[in-house]
Design a protein around this ligand. Structure first.
Ligand code: NDP
Length: 277
């Protein structure tokens, strides 16, 4: 008698919009590589429907969800318990569901650090670093960046209060401060520049002075695209030594989520090369 194969464990991405997400492809390839029986779907959900969608997914047997814009901070508030990384960031991008209980993690920071230090081979200790942006993505990366021991870390944001709040929430000492975009012209060039804004995505030039960059600067854009992103174009034309976009972070944060859910960490290198081509 032939046995019916077990149905796959269900995972997904909840956000708005999600239709262009690469996460289903990434998790499907991870599952194939590691021999895990799972499915991964997209849940396009606006802010008002977030809790209902997450609880409904769990009630239907769903095991876990990735969370993207605009729900990461709501997810943090909703989870019954959170990891240290999620608590430090005040944002959740990975939910594990166990009999209705929600556990929140944040893998953006570790995914970012892995891509920069292991894949891009950039040291962060002792370097001068500026993070442009103070939204959900910036919240995920600044704590892990500080853990690397930079010489200084500046957070610049269009809305200064948001950058001030982020610095205050970090509760860290050391050379850490918030500035406005208007103050950027007075700053020297940085060793490492991290773009965590959506600036330029509507077609306008990113509002950063070229003096932030010199021929030793490494520029990392969290945004990713099939072509040069506006920040990468800006960085190259400003004279940066290297400018890369966030495909590696996307794959590495997904691998961390996969490891939390399935207890096995997939190999990321071939997939990063394939996506960033
Ligand atoms: P948020 O909406 O939380 O924050 C957006 C940030 O961009 C804020 O700092 C905002 O400033 C700033 N901003 C928006 N428009 C402009 C503009 N025209 N000029 C200057 N600043 C602007 O988004 P997230 O932080 O979640 O995401 C930011 C980007 O990072 C997204 O493009 C996302 O795709 C990418 N990302 C990539 C990941 C990866 O794995 N590679 C992971 C997570 C995010 P203000 O506070 O003044 O509004």
């Amino acid at each position: 008698m032939t046995q019916t194969p077990p149905s796959p464990d269900r995972y997904g991405l909840v956000g708005h919009p999600v239709e262009h997400s690469r996460s289903p492809l990434i998790h499907t390839l991870f599952a194939r590589q590691t021999g895990q029986n799972l499915s991964y779907e997209l849940l396009d959900v606006e802010a008002a429907g977030f809790e209902t969608a997450v609880r409904g997914f769990g009630a239907a047997g769903g095991k876990g969800l990735n969370v993207t814009v605009p729900h990461k901070e709501t997810a943090f508030a909703l989870c019954d318990e959170c990891s240290e990384a999620a608590t430090a960031a005040g944002a959740v991008n990975t939910i594990s569901i166990d009999e209705g209980r929600l556990r929140g993690d944040n893998t953006d920071g570790v995914g970012f650090i892995r891509d920069v230090t292991l894949n891009q081979r950039q040291a962060l200790a002792g370097r001068s670093i500026i993070v442009l942006g103070a939204g959900g993505a910036a919240r995920g990366v600044v704590g892990p960046l500080l853990d690397q021991g930079p010489a200084e870390l500046v957070i610049a944001n269009r809305t200064k209060e948001r950058a001030d709040r982020l610095v205050a929430d970090l509760k860290r000492t050391g050379d850490l401060r918030a500035v406005t975009f208007a103050e950027l012209a007075a700053l020297p060039a940085f060793d490492v520049l991290v773009n965590a804004t959506s600036a330029g995505l509507q077609g306008e030039a990113p509002p950063f002075p070229a003096s932030l960059v010199d021929d030793g600067s490494f520029c990392y854009d969290l945004v990713y695209s099939q072509h040069d992103t506006p920040f990468v174009t800006w960085a190259k034309s400003s004279g940066a030594e290297r400018a890369v976009q966030g495909w590696g972070m996307l794959v590495e944060q997904a691998a961390e989520s996969f490891a939390i859910w399935r207890g096995v960490r997939p190999d990321t290198r071939a997939l990063i090369a394939q996506l960033a081509r």
